[in-house]
Ligand binder design. Sequence first.
Ligand code: ASP
Length: 416
Amino acid sequence: MVENRPELPWYRRLHWQIFLAMAAGLVAGFVGGEDFASQVAWLGTTFVRLLKMIIVPLVITSITVGVASVGGAGLGRLFGKTLGYYVLSSLLAILVGLFLVNLIRPGVGASIGGAAAQELPELETPASLSDLLLRMIPTNVLRAAAHPDMLSIIFFCILFGAAIASLPETPRRTLVGFFEAAFQAMMRLTSWIIRLAPIGVFGLITNVAGTSGWDAFRALGLYMITIASGLTIHLFVTLPILLLVLGRIRPRIHFRNMVEPLTMAFSTSSSGATLPVTLRAVEKRVGVSNRVSSFVLPMGATVNMDGTALYECAGVLFIAQVMGAELGITQQIVVVITALLASIGAAAVPSAGLVIIFLVLEAVNLRGPEVDLIVGTMLAIDRPLDMYRTAVNVFSDSCGAAIIARSEGESEVDVE
Ligand code: ASP
C-alpha cells in the first residue's frame, strides 16, 4: 500500500456506490423507458459538465508543473518513453482488431437495413497528418483553451513548462510554486465532483439504457461481438502482459486501483471528462509521482486511444466487407497506419471514434452515400461500444503512467 494514500471512508466505498448506480440505471432505463430516461438525463449531463469544467485548468496546470519540474534532459527521456509506449500499445490493439475482423468477417453478407441510420454529431476531423501536426500549434493560446483544443493546449504547455524550467532560480520557483498550488486546488475540486459520481452515473446509464433500441443491436450483432472481443483481449490480455513485462506490475493490483476511472470512462464515454478522475486515481491509488502522471496522463487522454484505434481498423474493414470491397494486404496496411493516426487525432469525447472513421475510409477510397448510410447506422449502436473503448483508452493511459513511473525508478507503484 502506498504511504500517505488517503484512505477516506467515502472514497473506499465509492466504487461500490458507482456499481450500484450503474445497476440501478440499467434497471431504471429498461423498465422506465425513454420517458423516465429523459427525466433523469439531466443528472448525468450536470455531472459531465462539472467534470468538463475542470479539464482545461487541470490540464494546463498539470502539464506545466510536470514539464517545469522535470525539465532538461529528463524531459526528452520521459517524452520518448511516453510516445514509445503509446505507439506500441495502440499498434498492438489495432493488430488484434485486424486479426479478429479477418477471422470473424462480420460484414460479409451483412444486411444493416434493420437499424435506423442517425445523424452524425459535428466534430472536426483533420484532413491529413500534416494538417494534424500543423493544428497542434495554436495561433491564439486563449482561443485554444476556450475551444478547447487539447492538442494545442498540450503543445503550448510543454513549451511553456520547458521555458520555466530554464529560468534562473527565483522566477522559476515563483512560477512552479504558483502552478503547483493551482494544480492542487484543481485536484481538490476534482475530489468534490467525484463524490457526485453515483448520482451522475445513474443519470448517464439510465439514459443509455432507456434510449437504445434493441433492433439495432440485433442487426449489427456480429460486428459488435467482434469489436467487443477485440477490446476484451486488449484489456485483459495485451495490456496486463505489458504491465507485467515492461513494468513488473501485477495486473490484478492495477485493475483494483483503477476501478473508479474505469467505471467513469464507461459511464461518460469520454476520456477527456474522465481525466480528472484518472489523474487522481493514478497518483493517489496507483502511487505514481505527480512528475510522471501530470506529463503522461493529459497527453494520453488526448493522443493514446487503444480502444479507438482498434475500432477504427475493425470498423473500416467491416464497412469494406459490407460493401463487398474486400481489402488486400497493402490496403490493410494503409488502414493500420491511418487507424493509428486517426486515434491520435480523435477528440476525447463521445462518438469521436465513429466520426473520425471517415479519415480512414478516405485513405482506402471508401466514400459515397452508401458509406455514409452504413456509418450512420453504426452510430445507432455506437454508445455501448464507445463506453467500452473509452474504458480501454483510459486503462491504457494508466498502464503507461505506471510502466513509465517504474522505469523511472519509482518503486511504490501498484504495490499492495
Ligand atoms: N469516446 C472515446 C474517448 O473519449 C473516443 C472514441 O469515440 O473512440 O476516449
